[in-house]
Design a binder for this molecule. Structure first.
Ligand code: OMP
Length: 232
């Protein structure tokens, strides 16, 4: 039995049965499964136990909280009892908001999302974030870590710059991961799984390249094997 790969499979499914089936197929190969807004808004807290199943796989709750500190602290407290391994908040909510989440969920890693991987440099310019995305990502990363975030979400294109900024102890999580030649879909700042790991990512978030495959278990196993070859 090989060690599960540092991959969080995004269970972006329309219904609980599909999500639980995907979780069952991928958990022999990956360390983590991720529950996002689609499932959580439809099914609420019960979804966590359903995807965790008997395997004890880590559950990453991706709610990307972004509101005033009091509201985010209360929301983080409400889900902390589900004991997700990781919970996301938007770094752009600011230091006090991030700190409120960290204090409300002491047994969960708070991961601050820097800039969504779906945004290109041109998209970022439209919302007033000029210059290379890595500049703003590094700035948000430093702010979030200073506020107590134990993990950061960024694209694999910025992960080396973020690692240089925050050092070895912060968990770096990268969505926007596509095997060579795969459709990038709505992702803009992407790299391959091997590149993401080589650049310093600790956990790769991968959804549709696995869940959209005819056999999600085999797709997860293939990416896990490619990572083992890249980093033996
Ligand atoms: O926080 C996230 O997980 C996240 C942040 C980000 O910047 N970009 C991003 O794609 N994600 C999530 O990562 C997953 C990517 O899915 P795929 O594009 O299907 O691989 C989705 O569930 C997104 O919600």
């Amino acid at each position: 039995m090989t060690t599960p790969a540092p991959i969080a499979v995004a269970l972006d499914a329309p219904d609980l049965e599909t999500a639980a089936r995907w979780a069952g197929l991928v958990t022999p190969h990956v360390s983590t499964v991720k529950v996002g807004l689609e499932l959580y808004l439809r099914y609420g807290p019960d979804v966590i136990a359903s995807v965790r199943g008997a395997s004890g796989v880590q559950v990453f709750l991706d709610l990307k909280l972004h509101d005033i500190p009091n509201t985010v602290g209360a929301a983080a407290r409400a889900v902390a009892r589900l004991r997700p391994a990781i919970l996301t908040v938007h770094a752009a909510g600011g230091a006090a908001m991030i700190r409120a989440a960290v204090e409300a969920a002491p047994h969960t890693k708070i991961a601050a999302v820097t800039l969504l991987t779906s945004l290109s440099a041109a998209d970022l310019g439209e919302i007033g974030i000029q210059g290379p995305p890595s500049d703003a990502v590094r700035r948000l990363a430093a702010l979030a870590v200073e506020a107590g975030a134990q993990a950061l979400v960024c694209s694999p294109q910025e992960v080396a710059a973020v690692r240089a900024e925050v050092g070895p102890d912060i968990m770096l999580i990268t969505p926007g991961v596509r095997p060579a030649g795969a459709d990038t879909q709505d992702q803009a700042r992407v790299a391959t799984p091997e590149e993401a790991i080589a650049n310093g990512a600790d956990l790769l978030v991968i959804g549709r390249p696995i869940t959209g495959a005819p056999d999600p278990g085999a797709a997860a196993a293939a990416i896990a094997a490619a990572l083992r070859r890249a980093v033996p």
